[in-house]
Design a protein around this ligand. Structure first.
Ligand code: OXD
Ligand code: MN
Length: 617
């Protein structure tokens, strides 16, 4: 007999989905071990085993998972934000009237767990003792999802304790259903703090603490409550004096976000400390500055391209498996070594290789449409952040870290300079609102076309983006000593399509320029001796941290970037820093089209900035 709102909710979901058993997860290591064992045997629900044990000499406690071939990425066209009004969902979201949406999914949930076990997972997003953390409960019928959530969140009885007899917890109901894409929906009900997801086991669709709650629902909660939930990495950059400044970084999927979060700098004396690679919750802290926590405890990363060269710290993270299982999803399998393999991991494919569907690997012809990768381009690994050798000692700090800089980036071959800095907060919000990026495979849409992706939040903002932009602008009066706002594009190419900037570990040189800009403006690092108050006017040009004023903001000269010991071509760097005015005229037309969807709701201040940019370009 249910006595608390939580028990009552679980009872109702069990009555709807009709599982054979209900298992309340305690989040213990013993439970994890038993569930992995279950996954190593055949589950009744799928053709494949859930997990295949990989070579412990490569990474202890690691498993390969092969998904249904149609279930390999987020499905944005089946993702809905069901506010009572369409206006509140905005042109940036799919919308259904809430009771209609419930009708659609309730039919699919009805009896979907017959013959299966229902797992009830109490978990926290954020450190359990953080005032900014949120208690949640997700129900699922997938062992893969339970193990993934165990890696990605803080799961256990402490979440139950925090919920107690209250009704204030975030609810997630998930079933893989029959994995039929025609019966797949990811439905969000922001008013009820509820997500209902059926028909997919893919991370972004099925780990409901991640994109669904920590971005879509949480961004709306932040709008109401005065904070921000953002698609951002959190890092600390340590300089040779040992001072650490914290940055946030927003990039659309597969733009090098994780590589930046675990950067191993090539510049002597610099270190990057990792706090998060995907999501940041940002609050105004006790001293009025912005503070960020990462609500997650793991990485869910694109595997292809990850190597000793591109991300040595991530390779160490994968091999350094101490606490939790590590999952590899839809990678290839090196049969002789029983290790995962993906394009870009090592030079040549191994001699005996299975592709991501478990078939013998046969290289394609290489013609467009006929490439046959061994690993799915959106294959992933799920690994605990506590394995990370560069994990910041502030990671579990309940109030998070004070933010000195925010970096926005995208993938643009021709248009966007390598780095620039906004004139001020509002100008930075404007520039972030017009961000665009060439698309990748993390969501199922066409690859390689530019899509506008403000703050890298287009697929994740749980309400009308016009209101979201206004919310960002309002931090001017809510917070003190706002961070500087920077923009980067690691992907600028020459006429022949060759990259102009080496990227990866060399990106530390751009971070150094940012740190110098912050230092020059008079901000002290955390715990540093200098004043944290009023920012001195930033002189343009000349010397360390130099920059010149351009229509886009402050842009460094090639000579302002520290190229010591790197063998980096200064002429190419010059090209990478150039504003391509012809491209920007096209860009502005595209932005005008994007802005027009928001009509009158779009803040006038942003329209003014666009007019100004148009004139000066
Ligand atoms: C992700 C994404 O999975 O942004 O992080 O798609
Ligand atoms: Mn992401």
């Amino acid at each position: 007999m249910a006595t608390t709102p939580l028990e009552k909710w679980v009872e109702e979901q069990a009555a709807l989905t009709k599982p054979d058993n209900v298992h309340w997860c305690d989040g213990s290591d013993e439970e994890t071990r038993k569930l992995v064992e279950t996954g190593l045997k055949k589950e009744k629900t799928g053709k494949h085993n859930t997990f295949y044990q990989l070579n412990p000499a490569f990474s202890p406690n690691s498993y390969l998972h092969r998904s249904h071939p149609s279930d390999v990425a987020r499905t944005e066209h089946l993702t809905f934000i069901n506010h009572p009004s369409k206006e509140l969902a905005g042109p940036n979201n799919n919308w259904m009237e809430p009771s209609k949406a419930k009708g659609v999914v309730n039919k699919l949930f009805d009896g979907c767990m017959v013959g299966r076990t229902m797992y009830v997972m109490p978990y926290m997003m954020g450190p359990a003792d953080s005032p900014y953390a949120k208690p949640c409960v997700q129900i699922t019928d997938s062992v893969y999802v339970v193990i993934s959530m165990k890696i990605m969140t803080r799961m256990g009885a402490f979440a139950l304790k925090r919920i107690g007899s209250s009704d204030s917890f975030v609810k997630g109901l998930h079933s893989i259903g029959d994995l039929d894409p025609k019966k797949r929906y990811i439905m969000h009900f922001p008013d009820e703090r509820l997500v209902m997801s059926i028909g997919s086991g893919y991370g972004g669709n099925a780990l409901l603490g991640k994109k669904c709650f920590s971005l879509r629902i949480a961004s709306y909660m932040g709008y109401i409550e005065g904070w921000l939930a953002e698609h951002m990495i959190v890092i600390g950059v340590e300089d040779p004096e040992g001072d650490i400044r914290y940055f946030l970084g927003a990039f659309p999927s597969a733009c090098g976000k994780t590589n930046l979060a675990l950067l191993a700098p090539t510049l002597k004396g610099y270190k990057v400390w990792t706090l998060g690679d995907d999501i940041a919750w940002i609050n105004v802290g006790p001293d009025g500055r912005l503070y960020a926590i990462n609500p997650e405890t793991g990485f869910f990363c694109v595997a292809p391209g990850t190597s000793e060269k591109t991300n040595p710290m991530m390779i160490e993270t994968l091999k350094n498996n101490k606490f939790y299982p590590t999952l590899f999803t839809n990678t290839g399998l090196d049969v002789r070594n029983n290790t995962p393999w993906w394009e870009g991991f090592t030079g040549e494919p191994p001699a005996e290789l299975l592709d991501w569907q478990g078939d013998e690997y046969k290289a394609g012809t290489g013609k467009p449409g006929e490439e046959k990768p061994a690993a799915h381009p959106n294959s992933r690994f799920t690994v605990s952040i506590y394995n990370c050798p560069t994990l910041s000692k502030e990671f579990d700090n309940p109030i998070g870290v004070p933010i000195s800089g925010i970096i926005f980036g995208g993938r643009r071959q021709r248009t966007v300079p390598l780095v620039y800095e906004s004139f001020d907060w509002a100008h930075g919000v404007f520039l972030a609102s017009i961000m665009g990026s060439e698309t990748t495979t993390a969501a199922t849409h066409q690859v390689g076309v530019v899509r506008r992706d403000p703050m890298a939040m287009l697929p994740f903002c749980g309400y009308n983006m016009a209101g979201y932009f206004r919310h960002w602008l309002n931090f001017r009066s809510k917070a003190k000593n706002l961070p500087k706002i920077f923009f980067v594009n690691w992907f600028r190419t020459d006429e022949d399509g060759n990259y102009l900037w080496p990227g990866f570990r060399e990106n530390c040189r751009i971070l150094k320029w940012m740190v110098d800009r912050i230092k020059k403006s008079g901000e002290a690092p955390r715990g540093g001796a200098g004043a944290t108050g009023g920012r001195a006017a930033v002189a343009a040009g000349s010397g360390a941290a130099g920059a010149k004023e351009t229509p886009l903001g402050f842009i460094p000269d090639a000579s302002d970037i520290d190229l010591s010991g790197g063998g980096i071509d200064g002429n190419k760097l010059k090209d990478a820093l150039r504003i391509n005015r012809g491209e920007w005229q096209k860009e502005i037309e595209d932005v005008e089209k994007f802005y027009s969807q928001f009509g009158e709701a779009l803040p006038q201040e942003l329209k003014n900035h666009l007019e100004k940019l148009k004139k000066s370009i």
